[in-house]
Design a protein around this ligand. Structure first.
Ligand SMILES: Cc1ncc(COP(=O)(O)O)c(C=O)c1O
Length: 352
């Protein structure tokens, strides 16, 4: 008997990533500049036919990564982009019909995976002033909640948690026996981390990615941090050889090349400083202190600006509808100063 899961049939997915190569891409929080060409050439020069023909081995890179993080490798599971790790955690740590609590707006795949597997995603919205009320999160936690998803910092809101607020949430989650997933995709742009919870407690996971500051979104590499028994469960979910050899080789080179991460971060900081000063000078309300993205309240219609940026300026950005006091607004990824100059020039022309 032919069968199709009705949940998959109903699922709404947007596959817009195949039409972006001729644009300045400020819509998905990648690094528009990328790693230095000579650095990539040097890494690729070491690739041999056997390197390509063999299945990838993960142990060596897991050790490099655990040294880098200052932890033991039994706390880590490599995944094919952190989105894969998020999917596995939802699959393994919640059941069909199970209750998942998450803040909105945030990274959309939490809701997509919840729908895909028939979970009940309960949304905790931001306040009108675009702040997250910790009491609202805690208030949404019940005995039948199986997973709480937090982001540190949150995409697209850029908000963060104080130590006290985070601890309060974790105490409530523990009280109700709820697994907590903290998405730290944007960690390096905002150094404060809650990784110690994933290393010291059970039922707390952190996901991280090489797609953002490490500038390797095309390679698909991320990792899950958690308690060893939880990590074993995530590992069991993985497709065989899920992380590819090129990605691990490049990531190792980024980690072990002195100054590489600092220089990526420095370029980003210069871009952010230029962008925020230019927005202030031109009277724009903006928000986004913690990630490599910024929310901007435009003076005219957000969707029209997005459409015209694409058609007339070859720049991709995103519109978000009804975001508290920002109303319909723009989210723009932050990159090197030269890209921010290009964006500001286009915004001044189109938004009037
Ligand atoms: C908050 C958040 N988590 C996870 C991801 C997925 O990243 P990856 O490329 O590692 O799958 C993204 C991508 O934009 C994101 O914004």
């Amino acid at each position: 008997m032919y069968y199709l899961d009705p949940k998959i049939e109903k699922l709404c997915r947007i596959f817009d990533q195949n039409e972006r190569k001729d644009y300045l891409r400020l819509d998905l929080n990648e690094n528009p500049e990328g790693l230095p060409q000579e650095f990539i050439d040097k890494v690729l020069a070491e690739v041999t036919p056997q390197f390509v023909s063999q299945y990838p081995e993960t142990m060596h890179f897991t050790e490099v990564l655990s040294d880098f993080l200052g932890t033991d490798k039994n706390h880590l599971c490599l995944v094919n982009g952190s989105a894969e790790g998020i999917r596995y955690i939802i699959q393994a740590f919640t059941e069909p019909g199970g209750r998942i609590v998450g803040v909105v707006p945030s990274y959309f795949m939490f809701q997509v995976y919840s729908e895909m597997y028939g979970r009940d995603f309960v949304k905790v919205p931001y306040n009108e002033d675009l702040n997250m009320d910790v009491e609202n999160i805690i208030g949404a936690l019940t005995d039948d909640t199986q997973l709480l998803i937090l982001l540190n910092p949150n995409n697209p809101m850029g908000n963060v948690y104080t130590d006290e607020d985070f601890e309060e949430i974790m105490v409530a989650a523990q009280f109700h026996h709820i697994t907590v997933l903290v998405d730290e995709a944007y960690h390096y742009f905002y150094p404060k981390t809650f990784i110690k919870y994933a290393l010291e407690r059970e039922h707390v996971f952190i996901t991280r990615t090489f797609s953002k500051l490490f500038s390797m979104a095309g390679c698909r590499l991320g990792y899950v941090v958690g308690w060893p028994d939880g990590i074993k469960m995530v590992q069991k979910m993985c497709t065989p050889h899920n992380t590819n050899a090129f990605a691990m080789k490049l990531a190792e080179a980024v980690i072990t090349t002195p100054g590489m991460l600092d220089s990526l971060l420095q370029n980003f900081k210069e871009g952010r400083q230029y962008l925020t000063e230019a927005l202030d000078k031109n009277g724009y309300l903006h928000k986004g202190e913690a990630g490599n993205f910024i929310f901007i309240k435009p003076k005219t219609d957000a969707q029209t600006i997005v459409d015209r940026m694409k058609a007339e300026k070859k720049i991709l950005i995103k519109a978000y509808p009804n975001v508290g006091k920002f109303g319909n607004c723009l989210r723009v990824s932050i990159g090197d100063r030269k890209y921010m100059q290009q964006f500001i020039g286009a915004l001044k022309e189109l938004d009037r």
